[in-house]
Design a protein around this ligand. Structure first.
Ligand code: SF4
Length: 425
């Protein structure tokens, strides 16, 4: 464990631009930790403002991935530079310094680099398919120094084309990846594990290929069967979800590579980042959503000049977090689509999709497994640094106490019983 960790630190120092690394350590490291501490302090006062805001800057994309929930085939909508800056400036005033930038394909946003340049005191994780990161763009990213591209690879050559609805997908993505690495930018590779890529990409061999290429970190998501074409056949079984968790824990102690996950605390207990309140999402139309795949909202950034006020005052967001935390440690969308429907109807939430199919899609979903391992088995971190860091800065912050105590959400009281109760009978 010690040797791979030291090798990893040495590799980062050798292969990342020094100024860029310093910005990462300060804007994401030091200020990121401060924003989580602020989040924890506010939670104690019943105020929820996520330290990590994910912004989908536009819907357009050059690929057509299976299971994508974004309206990539619709006319382009985007959050303009003025509103992007307004969101980040307000969030900065409340202690935030790290933002996830998504799409569609965010590299298609015409003002993306101006946006990054206007926030040198922040750090951005760019969720991209990498295909538009030319050598020139990579040089610009290095110059900016405050962006880490997280490049998604969904399979080996044939599977990549199938999964992403394109031609020569893997090679074009690898070119973008190499441009980033050659320009000494901290770069990660993400995979949405599913039936067609798990055998190739959930392997030590694949991670060693990434290390040899110079990749700095990896992130395994698990395929979410949502959106207009859900491809449920691609989703992982509970046994596979468990295999993913075990593999990640084991590779963290064995390989000189950082591996991110957003679904487990240091003890291996499952969690949902939305339910804990640590992250929420803004859609390409400016809708303020619980998370990217919950395409319902009651607020929009274009109707408010303070994302802090919008998020801390939202009854919809508060109710969503609480109902999710009372019912599952996993994904409310996969496990309890019925509750997502109920919450959207209860709050009269808008369908935030351009296709206006969000309710039909959620109604068509059947409950299925997610990251909360069915047998309740928990696989704790073996690497002490991950265990320690998660214990302080990435855990459930106590939101599941009621669920863990076995007091699940009470059955909704039937109308006539309520009348009786009200009548004191
Ligand atoms: S609701 Fe599901 S997809 Fe959304 S943050 Fe929670 S676990 Fe992830």
């Amino acid at each position: 464990m010690i040797v791979p960790s030291l090798q990893y630190a040495a590799r980062i120092l050798k292969t990342a631009d020094t100024r860029h690394l310093a910005k990462f350590m300060w804007n994401f490291g030091v200020k990121g930790v401060r924003s989580v501490n602020l989040f924890k302090k506010r939670m104690k006062e019943g105020i929820y403002f996520p330290p990590f805001i994910y912004i989908s800057v536009l819907n357009s994309c050059n690929l057509r991935c299976q299971g994508c929930w974004v309206d990539v085939d619709k006319p382009q909508v985007k959050i303009d530079l003025e509103n992007l800056n307004a969101i980040v400036n307000d969030a900065k005033q409340h202690g935030n310094s790290f933002f996830g930038i998504l799409g569609g394909e965010p590299m298609m946003h015409p003002d993306l680099f101006d946006f990054f340049a206007q926030h040198p005191d922040c750090f951005f994780q760019l969720f991209t398919n990498g295909q538009m990161i030319t050598e020139k763009k990579a040089k610009q990213l290095r110059q900016l120094g405050n962006v880490t591209p997280l490049i998604s690879i969904e399979g080996t050559e044939v599977v990549a084309n199938e999964r992403r609805g394109g031609k020569d997908v893997l090679n074009r993505t690898l070119r973008g990846l190499d441009n980033c690495l050659e320009n000494k930018i901290l770069t990660g590779v993400a995979t949405s594990l599913c039936q067609t890529n798990i055998d190739d990409l959930l392997t030590e061999k694949w991670l060693r290929t990434l290390i040899d290429r110079g990749v700095h970190y990896a992130w395994y998501h698990t395929y979410r069967p949502v959106g207009p074409q859900i491809h449920e056949e691609l989703a992982l079984t509970p046994e596979q979800a468990r295999k993913v968790r075990q593999f990640v824990v084991d590779m963290r102690v064995k390989l000189p590579l950082g591996i991110i996950d957003a679904y487990y605390d240091g003890e291996g207990r499952a969690l949902c980042p939305m339910a804990t309140g640590i992250s929420h999402h803004i859609s390409p139309t400016g809708a303020v959503e619980p998370c990217p795949i919950i395409q319902f909202a009651t607020e929009n950034v274009h109707e408010s000049d303070s994302i802090y006020d919008t998020l801390t005052k939202s009854e919809f967001m508060r109710d969503f977090r609480e109902v999710a935390a009372k019912n599952t440690r996993g994904c409310i969308v996969l496990e309890r689509p019925d509750l997502v429907k109920d919450l959207a109807e209860k709050h009269g939430a808008q369908d935030t999709t351009l296709r206006k199919q969000a309710m039909a899609e959620i109604e068509s979903m059947t409950s299925r497994n997610s990251q909360w391992l069915p047998d309740g088995s928990e696989i704790p971190e073996r690497h002490p640094v991950y265990r320690w860091a998660k214990r302080i800065w990435f855990n459930d912050f106590g939101v599941y106490d009621q669920l863990d105590a076995g007091a699940t959400q009470p059955e909704p009281v039937k109308a006539e019983e309520e009348e009786k109760e009200l009548a004191g009978v």
